[in-house]
Design a protein around this ligand. Structure first.
Ligand code: FES
Length: 140
């Protein structure tokens, strides 16, 4: 994302520092991560310090400072998914050293355990199904 594109994203939020988190999410959605250059561009557009923006980025686990190596896999760890085996799926991913992020509800509670890979939502994800999905996505 070029500086002028980042400036456009900031302008959509009227260059309001209060919208920093939304802006960072938009930039990350486009870029896949938040580079130093992107953070400087956002800081300049919002007229905030680099220290301030780095503080926000480092506080929230959702922000990535490096490009993802593989797909972004989110496993729901909330109660409804836990009740139908979500913890087994999460433990399986950990054992197989599949990089995942814990989230607390993906809005797919009726079809738990729920998993989101990049922007695609999956339901009833058993350890076996997780392996199959990851394998299929790696092949495509
Ligand atoms: S509790 Fe897992 S999707 Fe809602």
């Amino acid at each position: 994302m070029k500086a002028n594109q980042i400036a456009n994203v900031c302008a959509e939020y009227n260059n309001q520092p209060e919208a920093l988190i939304e802006i960072l999410h938009d930039v990350q959605h486009e870029n896949g991560f938040l580079s130093n250059t992107a953070l400087i561009d956002v800081a300049n557009a919002l007229n905030i310090s680099r220290a301030e923006i780095h503080g926000v980025v480092s506080f929230y686990d959702d922000f990535r400072r490096e490009p993802a190596i593989g797909p972004c896999i989110k496993i729901c760890r909330a109660e409804a998914c836990q009740a139908v085996g979500g913890e087994k799926t999460a433990a399986h991913a950990k054992n197989k050293k599949i990089e995942t992020h814990d989230v607390y509800c993906l809005g797919n509670c009726a079809l738990g355990p729920a998993v989101m890979i990049d922007d695609k939502l999956y339901g009833r994800v058993t350890p076996k199904k997780l392996d199959a999905i990851v394998k299929q996505r790696s092949a495509s």
